[in-house]
Write a protein that binds this ligand. Structure first.
Ligand code: FPP
Length: 246
């Protein structure tokens, strides 16, 4: 039986988050420049978005560019930014065809204005789509997000709009970027690295972590389905005992 057909459609994760890693190493292995790896990573983005849409997964979040990525060589930053713009232009049609809605998380103000513009236009075009939401984390880091939430809460406290006693995890969740998006059920990281790299630190409190040695440009639908099957075989206890959840 195909991997896809082994997936229990009644036990799908509502939200899958992915740290797409290994583009540089993939290119190096082929004797090419890192940017060649990023370009090939776009094919994996398309495949995995399609796979999520085919399964009917509600949210797919991809870590496309972190706050720390601004420290990469300027040529690589420029190449990544232009790849984002060209991919958004080329893929908007496919997003429409697959009923996928694009959502952003991250500090959009930190992006060059052409990237910001392209991103906003694709978000607007796909806003009415009701299938999978593709959440792109760009100019994103979790510590930035949490600090930003703390600053905005402090501002409202100073204006008397929030009481200090009312600050709890529920309130903080409303101030972080993911707002109405449920926490990820599973976080996938490719390329054999076992880190979470400042990604969704608040939201992954109870996420299942899945690591694979596959480099991102080699990651295909079947790799995604394998991760979902692995997730479906886990017992999630959320701090309770096995007997309580069984
Ligand atoms: C990590 O590989 C990957 C990135 C920093 C960028 C991810 C971007 C893409 C896949 C392309 C564009 C994205 C979209 C959404 C269209 P790395 O460079 O850290 O690889 P390495 O660890 O092997 O050096």
């Amino acid at each position: 039986m195909e991997l896809k057909d082994q997936i229990d459609r009644k036990k799908l994760p509502a939200h899958v988050a992915v740290i797409m890693d290994g583009n540089g190493r993939w290119a190096k292995k082929k004797g090419k420049h890192r940017i060649f790896g990023h370009k090939n990573g776009v094919t994996s983005v398309r495949e995995i978005t399609e796979a999520a849409a085919e399964l009917g997964i509600q949210y797919l979040t991809l870590y496309a560019f972190s706050t720390e990525n601004w420290n990469r060589p300027q040529t690589e930053i420029d190449a990544l930014m232009s790849l984002l713009v060209s991919s958004l232009s080329a893929e908007t049609k496919t997003l429409m065809k697959n009923n996928v809605r694009l959502l952003p998380i991250g500090d959009l103000k930190s992006l060059p204005s052409n990237v910001h513009k392209k991103f906003s236009s694709c978000i607007n075009k796909t806003a009415g789509n009701t299938g999978t939401s593709l959440v792109l984390a760009i100019g994103y880091s979790s510590r930035w997000e949490i600090a930003d939430a703390a600053r905005r809460i402090a501002l409202e406290v100073s204006k008397g709009e929030i009481n200090v006693e009312d600050i709890n995890s529920k309130l903080l969740s409303k101030y972080i970027n993911t707002l109405e998006i449920p926490d990820p059920d599973i976080l996938i990281r490719t390329s054999g690295e076992y880190r979470v790299s400042n990604f969704l630190l608040w939201q992954i409190a109870y996420s299942e972590l899945y690591f694979t040695d596959t480099l991102w440009p080699d990651f295909r639908k079947d790799d995604f389905f394998e991760a979902i099957l692995n997730f479906q075989n886990r017992e999630r206890r959320f701090g309770k005992t096995s007997e309580q959840v069984g």
